[in-house]
Design a protein around this ligand. Structure first.
Ligand SMILES: [Zn+2]
Length: 390
């Protein structure tokens, strides 16, 4: 995959007053020329606003600032993902995206973005919620805004990274597999403790825990730490390709990629019957109050590629503030509470072990989503979740 290393990044507002603006380049953004880009700013709240005739006619030669109010991560992240392309189509020279977060202490949040084939690639970076709002206020007052932007990065040749795999072979049906997983890559800012160090940790330690208790289930329990999730689920897509021949043997696949705060139970995409089994299993987690369940059409990030194909589950945890830190320099080890990791490991190990040790096969059925064919649905889910989680 393409390897980019972040270089010096800066932005200075020159008009209507001189002040520094914090910027953080987005994944796969091209750099500015060495001398930077100096241009007028135009602020929009939404793509609809960008496409209003008077606005779109004024975009050429300017830097477009997207000041989209956070609704949910899934709904707001399209501005980070597609903002540069939408602005470039109208002749913009760069784009600045308000960080996708419900809360800010002048925090910059990076993340993946995609250029569209045939559309000019322009540099794109995130700015803070505070600066996006300030620029909006200037525009609303009719002030002319000029900004100088430097985004430098170095591109290196493609390189190899690998999924990390460990397993405890099943005693009776070793070919059948239950997977616990998280992703091992993270953004360069911060250390990726929440996204997704803790998910990788509980997956690895679930196996260590089973091993230390000398528990060998009937089926194999496998931990997989996916590589290259952030640039677009690359590790899991390669794993899917390499394991096509044994997908029918994958009994249940779990991934934790939304933080490991206080565990509440299990989210699943496993249909009605599978849901019944999971509800019975989590009753055993009453001593740590992790007995809740939630049913979805697909769960978590990497493993959405198996929605409607293999039953999947994710850690249901008290993560309502997850996006305060997500993809920012604040995603540090300080956020991780050891007790939550212990409990998360306990949930992961218990659920994986019990499913792997079931006498009968885990039900292989899914929510009935009849409006789209399965193939179309899976494509749609993959696209949505690629945008939602990366
Ligand atoms: Zn993640």
């Amino acid at each position: 995959m393409l390897l980019l290393i972040r270089g010096e990044e800066s932005a200075e507002l020159l008009e209507p007053r001189k002040t520094k603006i914090g910027v953080l380049g987005l994944g796969s953004s091209i750099p500015t020329p060495p001398e930077g880009i100096q241009a007028e700013l135009i602020v929009v709240r939404t793509f609809d606003e960008l496409n209003e005739p008077a606005v779109s006619a004024a975009v050429r030669g300017k830097i477009v600032v997207f000041n989209n109010d956070y609704i949910t991560y899934g709904k707001s992240v399209i501005y980070r993902n597609q903002g540069a392309t939408k602005a470039a189509k109208l002749g913009a020279v760069a784009a600045l995206i308000r960080s996708v977060t419900p809360y800010s202490m002048y925090t910059l949040h990076t993340g993946q973005q995609s250029y569209q084939k045939g559309v000019k690639n322009i540099p794109v970076a995130s700015i803070t919620v505070e600066d996006a709002r300030m620029l909006q206020r200037y525009q609303d007052k009719g002030a002319k805004m000029v900004l100088k932007l430097h985004l430098h990065s170095e591109t290196f040749p493609d390189t190899t990274s690998r999924n990390v795999v460990a397993e405890i072979k099943g005693s009776q049906k070793p070919e059948k597999v239950v997977i616990v997983s998280g992703h091992i890559d993270s953004w360069d800012v911060g250390v990726g403790a929440l996204d997704d160090g803790c998910g990788a940790f509980i997956s690895w330690y679930a196996l260590a825990l089973l091993k230390s208790l000398n528990l060998q289930a009937k089926r194999t329990v496998r931990a997989v730490l996916w590589t290259a999730e952030e640039p677009g689920l690359k590790g899991v897509i390669e794993y899917d390709r390499a394991h096509k021949h044994e997908l029918e043997n994958f009994t249940f696949i779990m991934e934790s990629d939304e933080g490991v705060f206080t565990p509440l139970g299990i989210e699943y995409a496993a249909g009605k019957k599978g849901g019944c089994v999971i509800k019975e299993i989590v009753k055993l987690l009453a001593p740590i109050n992790a007995t809740y369940t939630k049913s979805y059409d697909s769960v978590s990030s990497d493993i959405t590629i198996w929605a409607q194909q293999i039953p999947t589950g994710s850690l249901y945890n008290k993560n309502e503030n997850y996006f305060w830190w997500h993809h920012s320099a604040a995603d540090r080890l300080d956020l991780i509470v050891p007790d939550n990791l212990d409990k998360g490991t306990a949930v992961w190990a218990s659920v994986a072990y019990i499913i792997a040790d079931l006498k009968d096969e885990f039900p292989r059925e899914f929510n009935d989503i009849s409006t789209l064919s399965n193939v179309k649905l899976i494509e749609k889910l993959k696209e949505t979740f690629k945008q939602k989680y990366t």
